[in-house]
Structures are given as structure tokens and as C-alpha cells.
Design a protein around this ligand. Structure first.
Ligand SMILES: [Zn+2]
Length: 48
């Protein structure tokens, strides 16, 4: 789980866009990054 959290943090650091969010990826072990602010797909909730 800590690997996933650091991957997410790294992604947030790389992406300056405030609209970045995540969706359930094609594999259960990794989320899919999405930069589309108006997308209507269900977002993955990240809990610390
Ligand atoms: Zn999206």
C-alpha cells in the first residue's frame, strides 16, 4: 500500500494541473491517472 501512496504522491507532484484524479485502473494494483476535469467516470477515492 505504501508503494501505491508514493506512486500517487509522485504523480501529483509531476502533474501541476489541479484537476488530476484517479480511476480504477485495468489492473487492481494500480490506478489510472486522468487529467480530464470534466470527465464523468467514477473517481477512485484515495484515503490516507
Ligand atoms: Zn477522470
Amino acid at each position: 500500500m505504501s508503494k501505491l501512496v508514493s506512486a500517487i504522491k509522485r504523480t501529483f507532484a509531476d502533474a501541476a494541473a489541479p484537476t488530476v484524479h484517479f480511476h480504477q485502473g485495468t489492473t487492481n494494483s494500480f490506478p489510472e491517472v486522468c487529467h480530464e476535469g470534466a470527465c464523468e467516470r467514477p473517481r477512485l477515492s484515495v484515503r490516507g
